[in-house]
Design a protein around this ligand. Structure first.
Ligand code: PBG
Length: 325
């Protein structure tokens, strides 16, 4: 008798396919990035992120209520700081009455159970559009870490659940964890952007926040995309320094890195499907060259399958609608 394995048996019907599906996606896997601007009653479209908006605080609160109803558990907050508040120290970043701090409080007030994650990096506040303080033509690591600690503490004081340092300075996770301990913020967590690459796919995000570097690029702190082992080093160091959740960013061009990280760590792994990934799918779909719904699901399932427990994505609402169909 000839042994023959008929692989197509397990693909015969939708019912069988769903029984043996290896990867599941649900609303609680998604982290929703939100862009907040100063003012009242504002919903302002982002040109390079079709369908995505910046919100004033009163409108972001409405959006967060809706997200909670949809089953989303977590939002990741970014603010667009007015030009007149930008300087090289980034000091607006730890203003207790700043836009970020007010936003955290307003969201916590309205939807206390929503897990609030906050971006910790100086770029929206930097007159140079860099993630840290510029000295002698480059971002000064240790000066920047001191600033990030102040920024992180002010977010914790406002009620943030997780600080999400996206700056890629050396030693910032340990410094922030220590400062949280010393100031009694013992239940504030850290989601570290541990393997963050210097990527062209952040372009639309920098439009959204008007935060593109006015000078040079970010290659002296964000990682070189030729590298794989470096991602493991960065991630293990961040865990040792106290990161509760680690992240790989971007996602789609870095699925190999997500898998490597997932295989090496025992903390939850997140991945960020960044603005340029969103923009590519939107643009192709608008041209009629891709089916948007199918592209959304395929991209998100791929990121999950690669090993991401959590996915920060601008498609979260669309994905939930599709998953519920
Ligand atoms: C800021 C930051 C960036 C993103 C998240 N936090 C941009 C950058 O590093 O230049 C990108 C997110 C996206 O593109 O969706 N430090």
């Amino acid at each position: 008798m000839q042994l023959f394995k008929r692989n197509r048996i397990l693909r015969k019907s939708a019912a069988i396919r769903s029984m043996v599906a290896e990867t599941q996606l649900s609303a609680s896997n998604f982290i929703v990035p939100l862009f907040i601007v100063d003012g009242v009653d504002i919903i302002s479209p982002i040109e390079s992120m079709v369908g995505y908006n910046r919100y004033s605080i009163n409108n972001v609160v409405k959006e967060v209520k809706l997200l909670w109803q949809l089953g989303i558990k977590s939002v990741l907050i970014f603010v667009k700081s007015p030009d007149e508040l930008k300087d090289n120290t980034g000091k607006e970043a730890w203003n207790p009455d700043g836009l970020m701090q007010k936003s955290i409080k307003a969201i916590k007030d309205a939807v206390p159970e929503m897990v609030i994650m906050t971006d910790v990096a100086l770029d929206p506040y930097s007159s140079y559009g860099h993630d840290g303080i510029i000295k002698n033509g480059d971002v000064a690591n240790d000066l920047t870490v001191d600033a990030l600690v102040k920024m992180g503490l002010s977010h914790a004081a406002a009620g943030a659940d997780f600080l999400a340092p996206s700056d890629m300075m050396d030693g910032r996770i340990g410094a922030i964890r220590n400062a949280l301990e010393e100031n009694n913020f013992t239940s504030t967590g850290i989601m570290s952007y541990s393997a963050k690459y210097a990527s062209c796919f952040y372009g639309p995000f920098r439009d959204a926040l008007d935060s593109a570097p006015g000078m040079g690029d970010k290659k002296s702190y964000q990682m070189n995309y030729t590298n794989r082992l470096e991602a493991i080093n960065e991630t293990l160091q961040d865990i040792e320094q106290g990161a509760d959740i680690v992240m790989v960013k971007p996602a789609m061009a870095y699925l190999d890195i997500i898998r490597e990280v997932k295989n090496q760590v025992t903390v939850p792994v997140s991945a960020y499907q960044v603005s340029g990934e969103y923009a590519m799918i939107k643009a192709a779909a608008n041209k009629g060259w891709l089916n948007e719904d199918l592209a959304i699901l395929e991209s998100l399932y791929s990121i999950k399958r690669a090993g991401a427990d959590l996915i920060a994505t601008y498609f979260a609402k669309d994905a939930i609608k599709l998953l519920n169909q």
